[in-house]
Design a protein around this ligand. Structure first.
Ligand code: NAD
Length: 308
């Protein structure tokens, strides 16, 4: 059973800045102690480092006490391989780094960087075979564009998809996940809401330098953070509560680097913010609500018309 708050492991790979491995391991152990059972990782995070650190953190923990998700297909900022052969090899490597004989959930990572036919005819059938062989219990797809994820779900008739993960769409600055939730969950598919803090945008420290958000969104989130500070509150706590309350979501996955993050986020999901503060934040964010960024293959330029 997945916990409603999940532990995102990209920070363990140093994605959000340098991390002390011991502190990362302490964060995982604290999460387990406090009832978080769902861990999300990928070979992409820190060029496999997140999987290695998570594997060390989970060593000796009874396998049935946590639910483990990892991914295939994305191996670097611009490194993708969605082929069946690489998928099989990737899973074998992940299992080795994680120190387990199976994962619970195996996703095709960021499907907007593949062609739909490759995902449907190559990667998903390979994941399906791995599911039947027992290397994973369930399979899914992840990505940013909701339309691409919905299309994959609709068009995957040969292979049953169990879970869909999207990110930065179920948070204070963009809650478009609400509009697609029932189209996923009505099919019996689990919906995972990642990046409740919009990959750091909705924190006082602000996003990492690589964050793809346009300037207007960054500036407005920073103003929302200042507004919270003036009201004696923490924008991250309000954002966590808001994201965790999205309807239809099986689990909300936050990237946590320290045991303090874990404790703060567990407290936040059960503490409703003062309504005037929440309304103030939403008013500030209203002009940039849903303002996103492009992810995936750039549409091919239209072919020039051939003169008759
Ligand atoms: P997030 O939005 O929670 O942002 C994480 C950042 O916020 C980190 O810098 C973390 O240290 C910081 N943070 C966490 N709790 C905080 C708190 N209480 N106060 C202040 N700062 C806090 O989550 P994320 O890492 O963007 O996403 C969560 C996880 O979801 C990832 O780690 C990954 O496992 C998964 N994910 C998957 C995809 C994909 O498959 N394409 C994309 C994004 C995220």
């Amino acid at each position: 059973m997945v916990s409603s708050l999940g532990f995102g492991c990209s920070p363990l790979g140093g994605v959000f800045g340098r991390i002390d491995e011991k502190e990362g391991i302490r964060a995982v152990r604290t999460a387990l102690d406090l009832g978080i059972t769902f861990f999300d990782v990928a070979p992409f995070y820190g060029d496999t480092r997140a999987e290695t650190v998570l594997g060390r953190a989970l060593a000796g923990v009874p396998r049935e006490s946590y639910v483990l998700a990892t991914k295939v297909g994305r191996y670097g900022e611009h490194a993708f391989d969605f082929s069946a052969a690489r998928t099989r090899r990737s899973v074998e490597e992940s299992l080795g780094r994680l120190g387990v004989d199976h994962v619970d959930l195996l996703y095709c990572h960021d499907i907007e960087f593949a062609s739909m036919s490759e995902v449907l005819d190559e990667t998903l059938p390979a994941l399906d075979a791995l599911r039947r062989a027992g290397a994973c219990r369930a399979i899914g797809v992840t990505g940013l564009p909701l339309a691409t994820l919905s299309a994959a779900v609709e068009r995957s008739v040969r292979v049953r998809i169990d879970a869909v993960l999207t990110y930065c769409h179920g948070c204070l600055s963009d809650s478009t996940i609400d509009g697609m939730a029932s189209s996923i969950t009505d099919r019996g598919i689990g919906l995972i809401n990642a990046s409740p803090l919009a990959m750091g945008l909705l924190t006082h420290a602000g996003p990492p330098p690589w964050h793809p958000a346009p300037e207007a969104l960054r500036e407005t989130c920073a103003r929302a953070a200042d507004h919270c500070l003036m009201g004696g509150a923490d924008l991250a706590a309000i954002a966590m509560w808001f994201a965790h309350a999205r309807p239809g979501v099986s689990s909300t996955i936050s990237g946590m680097a320290t045991a303090a993050d874990v404790r703060r986020n567990i407290a936040a999901i059960s503490t409703a913010p003062r309504s005037e503060l929440l309304h103030g934040v939403m008013e500030i964010l209203a002009p940039v609500l849903g303002l996103g960024w492009q992810s995936g293959r750039v549409a091919e330029a239209p072919q020039p018309m051939i003169a008759p």
